[in-house]
Design a protein around this ligand. Structure first.
Ligand SMILES: O=C(CO)COP(=O)(O)O
Length: 271
């Protein structure tokens, strides 16, 4: 993403909040209402900078009712989905259900699912396929752990995850894809990747997408950075050419802080 002199972006920035396993359905509604009021007060232009939240599954019906009832311009998605559409898969959630709940997006392959639930690139490729089958845009998460970074293999490792998790995706599907680069060592640690680190990997991801799907698709895919993003560091990260948004964990649970990340352009001058 660039912020050229006329203030136009190459791609519409996406500021996404991953609530993880926080906020029950009552708390979730309060948080979303606060966020919507704060952004409305600030006259935020949602056409210019898109906003999406990723609440727990149990919040999604309430989020749908609120956004429809109050006509909120905030988009939302789920944090995971099943590779299957229906059947004997106890505890799993179908992409079809997410679609019916108005989810525009779904996270696929968050590092916490890769690590805690042994989700492989092969399984994630089936989840990506399931998301497309039901018209929900996948936000594919990739990123390396500390040891891989220290060994200097972070680019190679991340691109392997990307290729493996996108196996079977068509060029047409890829045009709507969102990728989130989230280095595991920066998640929830307060250790944010420097803007140059974020740019290096986001650019490498875009270059790989060009190899896989062609330059036009690569130019349209939004690549986000995630890992300890806050209002105080978002603007510098988002000023990088290939960073088209951020995926925010902890700081998305505070409406005022998250709204300030959404309004990152207003911090560009002062940061
Ligand atoms: O995992 C993340 C978003 O998906 C990042 O989490 P934090 O912003 O809490 O580091």
């Amino acid at each position: 993403m660039t912020t050229s002199t006329n203030g136009e972006f190459d791609r519409k920035p996406l500021i996404a909040g991953n609530w993880k396993m926080n906020m029950d359905h009552v708390q979730g509604i309060t948080l979303l209402q606060k966020l919507a009021w704060t952004l409305a007060d600030a006259e935020h232009d949602f056409e210019r900078v898109e906003v999406a939240v990723f609440p727990p599954f149990t919040d999604l019906r309430g989020v749908q009712t609120l956004t429809m009832g109050d006509n909120l311009p905030v988009r939302y998605g789920a944090q995971d989905l099943s590779a299957h559409d229906s059947g004997a898969y106890t505890g799993e959630i179908s992409g079809q259900f997410l679609s019916r709940l108005g989810c525009g997006y779904v996270l696929v392959g968050h590092s916490e699912r890769r690590a805690l639930h042994n989700e492989s690139n092969e399984l994630l490729a089936s989840k990506v396929a399931a998301a497309y089958r039901h018209g929900v845009t996948p936000v594919l998460c990739v990123g390396e752990g500390l040891e891989i970074r220290q060994a200097g293999n972070h680019v190679q490792y991340t691109l392997e995850q990307l290729r493996g998790s996108l196996a079977g995706v068509t060029t047409e599907q890829a045009a709507t894809l969102v990728v989130a680069y989230e280095p595991v060592w920066a998640i929830g640690t307060g250790e944010v990747a420097g803007p140059e680190d974020a740019q290096e990997l986001c650019a490498a991801i875009r270059a790989e997408l060009a190899v896989l799907f062609g330059a036009d698709v690569a130019a349209s895919v939004r690549v986000l950075y995630g890992g300890s993003v806050k209002a105080s560091n978002a603007a510098a990260i988002l000023a990088q050419r290939d960073v088209d948004g951020v995926l925010v964990g902890g700081a998305s649970l505070d409406a005022a802080e998250f709204a300030n990340i959404v309004r990152f352009e207003h911090h560009l001058v002062t940061d």
